[in-house]
Every structure is written in structure tokens, then in C-alpha cells.
Design a protein around this ligand. Structure first.
Ligand SMILES: Cc1cc2nc3c(=O)[nH]c(=O)nc-3n(C[C@H](O)[C@H](O)[C@H](O)COP(=O)(O)OP(=O)(O)OC[C@H]3O[C@@H](n4cnc5c(N)ncnc54)[C@H](O)[C@@H]3O)c2cc1C
Length: 587
């Protein structure tokens, strides 16, 4: 074991999506010695796929200010979001978008040269009034522009990249300090120990939990599972966002930007049904609302197509010019996957798993926080940001365009906090051998040979179970059955082998490790969903259809040990303004 190669850094960033790269940029510019580890080449991180845009109250198209953005985000979260973090994010937004523009993002423009903004779901003027247009976009390829810009800025700032290295587990000592991570170079299979004074987790979401999803194959929630194994709980895992408009049966995302530009949904009778579900906002209601509406239309026999199993998204009326200018990527994608031109044919859509609202509990500096007695404590040197974190700005339902904002706001905040932390923490803490052994054991289990079930089919089994038992609508009986099925999959996985007996490829080992991560997160999601006996945001219980603020204005915390739940109150107090009190949520 002493033969393992070791490297030392001030800061280790696990994940090279927008969140990790924004934090790394602050660190590298402050002359910290920073390493970024990513299991894919940085610009292939899922951030690259973001289409619609990033929210900031620039007021370029409609009147706007950050107070309205804050109100919409709190309401969108179904009042589960922490209002101090939401205020912090919405106030920082305009400054950070302008900073991104200066860093090189080619935002779409208005005729007068200012940044173009499109209307998105859940956006309003004047605290719930007329529709606002708050989403800044680079056509329908905003994430692509953002990720490439941040990557290039990092190259210039001399951030050290470990591309195509897989983080297996965190290294920690008996006192609970995180000392870095054990990583595997995917191409060669060589192991590397990265010791760091501070570790930042930015590993993205876990959309691969579900069969039909908009996420990349790599979005397996590795960072969330690492944190669980380190004894840290995960927050609000019952809240998983189903995006209303995935390509039916396939899951690829059709951006909310399509409805923002004027596209609308119709059912099998040709009716614009959203007018019934959201009398004011119609097709631009919050995502949870639109997903439930589509689900209900189909369940009640008003779907489209031979099987009546989807609805249609119409955009033919927008005309060629708008589509070519604002939605070129969508048109190309529909042509590729459906072989029709959305200029002439509506797009068949159905809700699809999209975004992990829950995650690693943090405060607004990105520090990981855990309960201690009646209060909380931070884990020195450990940070989490982006989709893997739960700060919580999205609460029970994220608004479109707020995630790209979240990753740059809290990427910067965490970077700045780590710079201060490093001024105090001048040396590396010693790495005890046991911590390495624990991480190595995880890998060595997948060296076993012999007879047994292969890992391959189990990912599919997990995804189908989660889709069927933990989807848009939930109930105790269905969740319980799902939980016992996922536990059975976990047992089978513990005895499974890799298919290729003679030569174990690293990619096969990595898929097995990813599946172990997903299975633990599936159980976390089901247990948390069973625990919450109310309906709020994306979590809809048919057996508890009402929101219950008296008992449930609190976040869940799931612990791996004993698969148990604890709870902590929502932070209703913002930093400088008045609390936005929970109220009925209508669109
Ligand atoms: C199709 C799609 C469209 C979207 N559109 C929008 C939009 O228009 N607006 C918006 O606000 N949001 C949008 N979102 C959401 C938003 O893009 C994401 O939430 C956000 O980009 C996540 O960024 P991240 O940096 O946290 O994670 P990611 O970009 O997912 O990056 C995760 C990183 O972690 C690395 N990693 C993970 N596990 C390991 C491991 N074990 N070892 C080493 N490295 C690891 C990966 O290699 C990757 O570099 C969209 C999401 C999808 C899927």
C-alpha cells in the first residue's frame, strides 16, 4: 500500500462541471495549489447539456429585481427552500452573469446589444404578478458556452486537471476530518492518493436512478454516496424533479425554453389543458405542476398517439426564424431522434427524471454541515456545491434556469471560503493507513472471479424499480414495495460478478462502483419519500395529498447507518429582508 503514488494539494475539487470549475477558478486565481479530478474530460460534464439558460434579474426585457426573483424561488420551492441561501443567490445573480459575459460567454442579444432574456416557468413580476423574462441564454446551448468558458479560464489560471480519473472514496481519519480521496486512473487502472487540506465535492446529480431521464450516463451520484459512507447524512432526498417535457419514451430533454418562446402543450382532444391546471401561468407554471398535469391527462385517457401515452408540444406556429435563432439545438435534436421537423410536426412529450433537489447538506459558503445536538456544526475543510449539494435553494422544486445560477454562485462562494480556510490550515493532517484500506477494499471487491449473476442487468432493474415505485405520484404501499425490491437488488449486487472473467476492464469495474452508489441513493430516496407524509413540490403522495406546514416545514436527513431519518427546520429567515411566509401556491 505504501507503494501507491501520492500527490498533495491545497484543495481537491472532485468534479469538473460548472460548479467545480467555478470554484477551482477562484482558487487558482488566488494562487492556491488546486487539483480538479473528473471521470470524464471536463467539457463532457453534464453542465454542457444545459439548454435553456441562467436566471438573473437584469430587467432587460421586462421590469425585474432580485426581490421578485427571490419570491419566485421561495414559492417555486414550495416554501421548503432556505431563505438566507435563496436571498444570497438571487442578489448575486446579476453580478455573476455579467462576470460570465466578460469571461467570454456569447449570450444571445437584444437588437440594442444587451443580453437577451426569455420567460421561464415560475417567473413573475411584482411578487406573483405578470410573467417575467429572467433567463439569460446563449441560444439553446447555454451550458455548453458556460462550461467551455470556465474550462478555458481555468487553463489560463493553471488549475491542475486529472482528466478521466474516477474518485472511489473520500479518505478520512477517526476524528471525521476529510483528508482527500483515493482515485483511479481509468485508462491505466493505476491508483493515486490525493491528499488535500480541503476537499470540495462537485460531482453533480443522480438522474441515472431512473429509467427515463434527461441526464448523462455518468450522472450516478458518486459524491452523494461517498458522503453517506463517510457517516454524513443526505438532505431532502425525496425531492427529485421530473421535467414535464422529455421526448416521450426516450427521455431526452426538450427545454422549457420552448414554452418560454411560446410553445404550448395539447392533449389527445387538441385541448390546451394547462389552462385548467394553472389558470394564470398556463404552460409556464412550475415544473412539478406541469408534470402532474401531463401525468393526469394521460392517466385519465386524454393522451395522444396510438397508446394515448403522451401529450404534444406544439411550436410550429413560432415560425422558422424564431426556431432558427432561439431553438436551433432543439430542432436538430428532434430531427435526429424522432426524424421529424418540429417546424411542421408537434413533439410527443412525457415527464422524465431530471434534477436531484436533495443532496449533501451545506450552508451558503458551501461548507458541509451536520447536526450536533440541537444545532449544527461544519466539517472543517469539507465543501459541496452544485447539483450534489443541498444548500437548499431549490427546496421541494427547482425553477428552470436556477441551477446554472446555483453552480456559479456557490462555486464562487465556496472557492472564496476555502481561500480563507487555507490561511489557517497551513499543513496537511496525517493520513492514517486504515482510511486508505477502507477505500481500497471497495475496489478490491470487484476483482473477484468465479460464477454468479453479472452486474449488467442490475442497473436496468434498479432504474425500472425507481421509475415504477418512486415517480411523479407516490403512495405508501407502492414505495414500500419499491424499497424491498431495491434492497433485494442490493443483495444481488453484493454477490454479483463482472462479466468478463479473464480480463477485468476498468470501465466494467467503474460501472459496478457506480451502481453500488446508485443503489444506496435509491434506498435513501425511497426511505425519505416514505418518511414524508405530505405532498410538497415534486413529492406528491396520493395518500397524503395536502401540504402540511404544521408538521413538515422541515428538511429530512437520511443516514446510511440504520437507514434512519432525522429532520431539521427550514431556515425561514433571510439575510436582510423579511421572511416570505408560506402561502397557498397557485400559478
Ligand atoms: C439536459 C439538461 C438540461 C439542463 N438545462 C438547464 C438549464 O437550461 N438551466 C439550468 O439552470 N439548469 C439546467 N440543467 C441543470 C444543470 O445543468 C445542472 O444541474 C448543473 O449543470 C450541474 O452542474 P454540476 O457542476 O453540479 O455537475 P455536472 O455538470 O454534472 O458535473 C459533475 C462532474 O463530476 C464529475 N464526477 C462525478 N462523479 C465522479 C467520480 N466518482 N470521480 C471523478 N469525477 C466525478 C464528472 O466527471 C463531472 O465533471 C439541465 C440539466 C440537464 C440534464
Amino acid at each position: 500500500m505504501s507503494g501507491l503514488e501520492r500527490r498533495r494539494f491545497d484543495a481537491l475539487v472532485i468534479g469538473a462541471g460548472g460548479a467545480g470549475l467555478r470554484a477551482a477558478l477562484s482558487l487558482a486565481r488566488a494562487d492556491a495549489h488546486v487539483a480538479v479530478v473528473s471521470k470524464v474530460f471536463p467539457t463532457r460534464s453534464h453542465t454542457v447539456a444545459a439548454q435553456g439558460g441562467i436566471n438573473a434579474a437584469l430587467a432587460n426585457v421586462t421590469a425585474d429585481n432580485w426581490h421578485w426573483h427571490m419570491y419566485d424561488t421561495v414559492k417555486g420551492s414550495d416554501f421548503l427552500g432556505d431563505q438566507d441561501a435563496i436571498e444570497y443567490m438571487c442578489r448575486a445573480a446579476a453580478h455573476l452573469v455579467v462576470e460570465l459575459e466578460h469571461a467570454g460567454i456569447p449570450f444571445s442579444r437584444l437588437p440594442d446589444g444587451r443580453i437577451y432574456q426569455r420567460p421561464f416557468g415560475g417567473q413573475s413580476q411584482n411578487f406573483g404578478g405578470a410573467q417575467a423574462a429572467r433567463t439569460c441564454a446563449a441560444a439553446d446551448r447555454t451550458g455548453h458556452a458556460l462550461l467551455h468558458t470556465l474550462y478555458q479560464q481555468n487553463l489560463r489560471a493553471r488549475t491542475h486537471f486529472f482528466d478521466e480519473y474516477f474518485a472511489i472514496d473520500l479518505l478520512r481519519d477517526e476524528q471525521g476530518y476529510i483528508l482527500g480521496a483515493l482515485v483511479l486512473e481509468i485508462e491505466t487502472g493505476e491508483l493515486l492518493v490525493i491528499e488535500a487540506k480541503s476537499t470540495l465535492i462537485a460531482t453533480g446529480g443522480a438522474g441515472q436512478l431512473f429509467r427515463t431521464n434527461t441526464n448523462a450516463h455518468i450522472n450516478t451520484g458518486d459524491g452523494l454516496a461517498m458522503v453517506l459512507r463517510a457517516g454524513i447524512p443526505l438532505e431532502d432526498m425525496e425531492f427529485f424533479q421530473f421535467h414535464p417535457t422529455g421526448i416521450a419514451g426516450k427521455g431526452m430533454l426538450i427545454s422549457e425554453g420552448v414554452r418560454g418562446e411560446g410553445g404550448y402543450l395539447v392533449n389527445g382532444a387538441g385541448e390546451r389543458f394547462m389552462e385548467r391546471y394553472a389558470p394564470k401561468a398556463h404552460d409556464l407554471a412550475s415544473r412539478d405542476v406541469v408534470s402532474r398535469a401531463i401525468y393526469q391527462e394521460v392517466a385519465e385517457g386524454r393522451g395522444c398517439g396510438a397508446q394515448r401515452d403522451h401529450v404534444l408540444l406544439k411550436l410550429e406556429h413560432l415560425g422558422e426564424e424564431v426556431i432558427a435563432k432561439r431553438l436551433p439545438g432543439i430542432r436538430e435534436m428532434v430531427q435526429t431522434f424522432l426524424h421529424v421537423d418540429p417546424l411542421h410536426h408537434p413533439i410527443p412529450v412525457y415527464p422524465t427524471a431530471h434534477y436531484t433537489m436533495g443532496g449533501i447538506p451545506t450552508n451558503r459558503h458551501g461548507q458541509v454541515v451536520v447536526p450536533l445536538g440541537a444545532g449544527e456544526e461544519t466539517i472543517p475543510g469539507l465543501y459541496a456545491i452544485g447539483e450534489c449539494a443541498c444548500v437548499s435553494v431549490h427546496g421541494a422544486n427547482r425553477l428552470g434556469g436556477n441551477s446554472l445560477l446555483d453552480i456559479v454562485v456557490f462555486g464562487r462562494a465556496a472557492g472564496n471560503h476555502i481561500i480563507e480556510f487555507l490561511k489557517e490550515q497551513r499543513t496537511h493532517r496525517p493520513l492514517p493507513p486504515e482510511s486508505l484500506e477502507r477505500a481500497l477494499e471497495r475496489l478490491q471487491r470487484w476483482d473477484r472471479r468465479g460464477e454468479g449473476e453479472s452486474v449488467d442487468g442490475l442497473r436496468r432493474a434498479l432504474q425500472e424499480t425507481m421509475e415504477r415505485h418512486c415517480g411523479v405520484f407516490r403512495s405508501e404501499a407502492v414505495l414500500l414495495e419499491g424499497l424491498s425490491k431495491v434492497r433485494e437488488i442490493r443483495d444481488r449486487l453484493a454477490h454479483a460478478i463482472l462479466k468478463d472473467h479473464s480480463r477485468i476492464f476498468n470501465t466494467a469495474r467503474i460501472e459496478a462502483l457506480e451502481l453500488e452508489n446508485l443503489v444506496e441513493l435509491g434506498i435513501a430516496t425511497l426511505v425519505s419519500a416514505l418518511g414524508r407524509t405530505e405532498s410538497r413540490g415534486a413529492h406528491s403522495r396520493i395518500d397524503y395529498p395536502e401540504r402540511d406546514d404544521r408538521h413538515w416545514l422541515k428538511h429530512s436527513l437520511y443516514y446510511l447507518e440504520g437507514e434512519r431519518l432525522e429532520f431539521k427546520p427550514v431556515r425561514l429567515k433571510p439575510i436582510s429582508v423579511d421572511t416570505i411566509p408560506p402561502a397557498e401556491r397557485v400559478y
